[in-house]
Design a protein around this ligand. Structure first.
Ligand SMILES: Cc1cc2nc3c(=O)[nH]c(=O)nc-3n(C[C@H](O)[C@H](O)[C@H](O)COP(=O)(O)OP(=O)(O)OC[C@H]3O[C@@H](n4cnc5c(N)ncnc54)[C@H](O)[C@@H]3O)c2cc1C
Length: 407
């Protein structure tokens, strides 16, 4: 679908439309890149002091690969590809169940799909847009007022400005969403797990591989993205009570993890020792954001803020990339009302299909009962060590429209 040129903003005669994006994670810079290309004057406000580098590995698959290709980033991201070679599952006593190619379990396609450190992706996205767009780091939106002809915004840093549209790309616990639609609880669908992820020493000498220990309702994994001295430690467990607060006390969360894994074997005691003092530990509830609408007035949401699918699907990054592309495309030649409607219309089925993957990933990686774990292990023992190479239909269920002509 190529959009007709005559409807695009002519920057010689009309002032550029102004867009404010909250969040410079994944969706934010992609949206900034394409909106800038479509003639918008773009400002990105990010609460962190700089683009966040480092971090856990993320996947770019299916339709999302085409987004990064169109931004000229495919060669750079291929260089950064982690190329995980092995995923080994262990019994509760530490003995091996099966050692497989990771794509056998995740539905990834070898040689095509990408797995990169989140920081490598955010750096690449930031680099292609930073010279064309205004970035305000260490700042965030304080208030939004849509009662006038645009959105009047005050920033925490003190400035006041007016924008034609404001776009919330501020992640799972989006404040833009809260300001617009109210508390997170209404939209957060808790999936019954909690998790902690942190960096720890690579004492087992792991290389390009993940080792995962399971007991019913509990899993511990060590994730070596290369031959580094450090690995990502990952602990997840069943916890039926939903979080009572969108940002619970970090120390209480650490204590909970330590209690749940107190009697666990394998490398878990060492992992808990690191977690207690880790300064990069990230703990959260596993859940999805599901919303009946993604916009209100001149403000819309994108990425995890609107439709976080949870890491159980492995599709959060890909949804953010595709959603940002689709939102910008929808706004290229339309006003906000038509544009936001077109964005939802074209993107919602893709989001729904990918959020529905959650049952599959969760059941394989984190069986909750002894019977389910036994069945999972039997299945793994009989799986072919190599993946089929086809990928999941949901990953490629949307065909991107061609970029609108640049103004
Ligand atoms: C432990 C873990 C493992 C994961 N593993 C995978 C995986 O294997 N594969 C995969 O595809 N995905 C994975 N994900 C999900 C993936 O990281 C997210 O889906 C993706 O980062 C969402 O991108 P986003 O741009 O919507 O939000 P984010 O990446 O969360 O970016 C939001 C940005 O907004 C900023 N921000 C927040 N609040 C404000 C505010 N009030 N004002 C200004 N700025 C603000 C933040 O600092 C951040 O820079 C994982 C997530 C976690 C937590």
């Amino acid at each position: 679908m190529t959009l007709p040129n005559h409807r695009l903003t002519d920057t010689r005669t009309t002032p550029r439309r102004k867009a404010l994006i909250s969040g410079a994670g994944i969706a934010g810079p992609v949206l900034a890149y394409w909106l800038n290309r479509y003639g918008y004057a773009v400002t990105v406000v990010e609460k962190a002091g700089a683009p966040r580098s480092g971090g856990y590995p993320v996947d770019v698959r299916g339709t999302a690969l085409e987004v990064v290709r169109r931004m000229g980033l495919l060669p750079r991201l291929r260089e950064a590809h982690i190329d995980l070679r092995r995923l080994t599952f262990l019994e509760g006593d530490g003995s091996e169940v099966a050692s497989l190619h990771p794509h056998t379990v995740t539905g990834g396609v070898a040689g095509k799909d990408l797995e990169v450190r989140r920081g490598d992706l955010t750096d690449a996205l930031y680099t292609v847009v930073r010279d064309d767009v205004e970035f305000l780091f260490d700042d965030s939106i304080d208030t939004l007022d849509q009662s006038g002809h645009g959105v009047d915004v005050t920033l925490r840093g003190g400035s006041r400005r007016t924008f034609d549209v404001v776009l919330g790309a501020d992640g799972m616990h989006s404040r833009t969403r809260e300001m617009l639609f109210g508390p997170e609880e209404q939209f957060h669908h808790y999936l019954g797990y909690r998790f902690a992820v942190f960096t720890m020493p690579n004492t087992l000498g792991l290389s390009h591989e993940t080792v995962m220990w399971n007991a019913p309702g509990r899993a511990a994994a060590l994730y070596a993205v290369g031959n580094d001295d450090d690995v990502h430690g990952f602990l997840t467990f069943v916890h039926p009570e939903p979080p009572s607060d969108a940002s619970p006390d970090p120390q209480a969360q650490r204590d909970l993890v330590v209690r749940v894994f107190a009697d666990a074997g394998w490398e878990v005691p060492g992992m808990l020792a690191v977690l207690r003092d880790a300064d990069d530990a990230f703990l959260d509830a596993v859940g999805q954001i599901r919303m009946p609408r993604w916009s209100s007035g001149r403000v819309a949401l994108v990425g995890d803020a609107a439709y976080a699918p949870s890491f159980l699907t492995g599709q959060g990054t890909s949804l953010s990339l595709v959603g940002a592309y689709m939102l910008a495309h929808s706004l290229a030649d339309r006003d906000h009302t038509e544009g936001f409607a077109a964005y939802e219309h074209a993107t919602r089925d893709f989001v729904t299909m990918n959020q529905a993957l959650v049952g599959k990933g969760g059941a394989t990686l984190f069986p909750t009962t002894p019977q389910a774990l036994k069945e999972r292990n039997d299945r793994l023992r009989h799986l072919s060590a190599m993946p089929s190479g086809e990928g999941r239909p949901a990953h490629s269920a949307l065909t991107l429209p061609e970029p609108a002509s640049s103004s």
